[in-house]
Ligand binder design. Structure first.
Ligand code: BT5
Length: 265
């Protein structure tokens, strides 16, 4: 297994203020997001990072599966307890996307892009995703799950055409440990900037990292389908599109497809 992940190696020279205050690594878990939630209930502090070499029930949004083979990707969840209004929490998905894109930049030559709300893309293919979950309860918190495809040589048939990895893009394996440390560093910086400056800075950075704006998109939300042109994010990080009748439609959730041929994840 390349770059086995061990807490002391990860912490070595890690100069984060908050993220990674505690780091736990498991060989295999069902989902690191569920693990982080359990740690929250047990009283774990903000900044805890839990990582697994593989997940048996890694998931995306709406219970979809996240393919998590052993030793190939990075599967981690970060525990946060931000004192911000609930309405602002979705901005943390964008914050994680910005941090991951910044970290990945040092490990891939091909251009990276963000797709609203939670996709990390190389060209049209997905190299990573973010799963933000709010945990109500006596100690409310947020679990920010991030999955990155690093050294996957390929993918199962059902996602073969929509997924990619650093190894596939670069034609050579990447250093998972170095990428992880870069990611924790970027998350630390972006989270601090979010706490100090609110969403505005994150939305600005996110908008620079996407090529969605000006493109035709379809948005599916429950049984409804909208088509239009992606315009911008509003101050809450919601997607604004202009529909065919010239009106602006704002989405706080939904599945977005870039309508141009071949841009599908
Ligand atoms: C996401 O969901 O993109 C969020 C993925 C978050 C995964 C991390 S891993 C650590 C933490 N613990 C967890 O249990 N989850 C988080 P969504 O936008 O719903 O995309 C899911 C869809 O992406 C699936 O339905 C597949 O089509 C596709 N997919 C599944 N595995 C993939 C992979 N490894 N790479 C690229 N695409 C994948």
């Amino acid at each position: 297994m390349t770059n086995e992940l061990q807490p002391d190696k990860i912490k070595d020279n890690l100069s984060t203020l908050l993220i990674g205050s505690e780091i736990l690594v498991a060989k295999e878990v069902d989902s690191t997001n569920d693990w982080a939630k359990q740690e929250l209930e047990r009283g774990a502090a903000q900044g805890l990072v839990v990582l697994a070499e593989s997940q048996t029930a890694g998931r995306g949004r709406h219970g979809r599966a996240w393919v998590s083979p052993p030793g190939q990707g990075l599967y981690l969840s970060v525990l946060l307890t931000p004192q911000v209004e609930r309405d602002h929490l979705p901005l943390l998905t964008l914050m994680a996307g910005v941090a991951a894109a910044r970290a990945l930049r040092g490990f891939i030559k091909a251009p990276l892009g963000l797709k609203w709300p939670n996709d990390l893309l190389v060209g049209p293919r997905k190299v990573g995703g973010v799963l933000l979950e709010f945990c109500p309860g006596p100690r409310p918190g947020v679990v920010l799950g991030i999955g990155l495809n690093v050294n996957n040589p390929g993918f199962p048939d059902d996602i073969e055409n929509i997924a990619t990895s650093l190894r596939i893009e670069n034609g050579a394996p990447a250093d998972r440990l170095a990428l992880l440390r870069a990611l924790l560093g970027c998350l630390d910086e972006e989270y601090e900037s979010f706490l100090l400056g609110g969403g505005e800075a994150i939305i600005g950075k996110w908008s620079e990292l996407t090529s969605m704006f000006g493109q035709p998109v379809s948005v599916v939300q429950g049984p409804h389908l909208w088509e239009g042109t992606a315009l911008r994010l509003d101050e809450g990080g919601r997607l604004v599109i202009r529909t065919g009748d010239g009106r602006e439609q704002v989405f706080d959730s939904g599945e977005v497809t870039l309508s141009r041929a071949g841009r599908e994840p």
